[in-house]
Design a protein around this ligand. Structure first.
Ligand code: 5GP
Length: 200
């Protein structure tokens, strides 16, 4: 897909170190926010309990994912925690057909790729109140092995270091407050885009 003209729409990228509670916050946002199209990523990670194909992710085998990469079907992709994750061009097209702005849950690499491609990106980074709290949440989830937790913690530290690349930082201390913050950001950005359309 070629880069869209500036300000035709914006792509909100929501990133967070794993364990920051991004999923919980975004579930609350999703329940109250209908004016944005949610892009579903593809991944080679196996589904966690309760995750559904086509809603949480498109779950692909590594072979199918790699074939998609070779065929140029991804806008961006990255290896995170030993699994492949990416955004299919067809998914962005599907979202754009709704004529809404698009929300993507990516990591910092994904945000950089979208920016490089010329998409008008609004970056939102959700952070835990502290690194200690992050570790506690990762262990409490009970879905990952010690090795995976150690890897996720190491990645979290690296991801936290990239927070300066985001336009907004939302602290997930109280989930409802964090969800309110994300909704406020979406609203403000929509108004800003409208102003630019009106004055452009
Ligand atoms: P999880 O396995 O916990 O669902 O996600 C692990 C990480 O992969 C998260 O940081 C998440 O934001 C990132 N991720 C999910 N989808 C994509 C994607 O399409 N592209 C990229 N670059 N990262 C993604």
């Amino acid at each position: 897909m070629s880069a869209p003209p500036a300000r035709e729409y914006f792509a909100v990228v929501i990133a967070a170190p794993s364990g920051a509670g991004k999923r919980t916050v975004l579930e609350r946002v999703r329940a109250r926010e209908s004016e944005i199209a949610w892009a579903v990523s593809a991944t080679t990670r196996p589904p966690r309990p309760g995750e559904t194909e086509g809603k949480d992710y498109y779950f692909l085998s590594r072979a199918a994912f790699e074939e998609g990469v070779a065929a140029g079907r991804f806008v961006e992709w990255a290896e995170v925690h030993g699994n492949l994750y990416g955004t299919l061009k067809s998914e962005i097209d599907r979202c754009r057909e709704t004529e809404k702005d698009v929300l993507l849950e990516l990591d910092v690499q994904g945000m950089r790729s979208l920016r490089r491609l010329g998409h008008d990106v609004v970056g939102v980074f959700i952070v835990p109140p502290s690194m200690e709290e992050l570790e506690r949440r990762l262990r409490g989830r009970g879905t990952d092995s010690e090795d995976v937790i150690a890897l996720r913690l190491q990645n979290a530290r690296a991801e936290m270091a990239a927070r300066g690349e985001f336009d907004y930082i939302v602290v997930n201390d109280v989930v409802d407050r964090a969800a309110e913050d994300v909704i406020a950001i979406l609203r403000a950005e929509r108004l800003r885009a409208r102003r630019q359309r009106l004055s452009g």
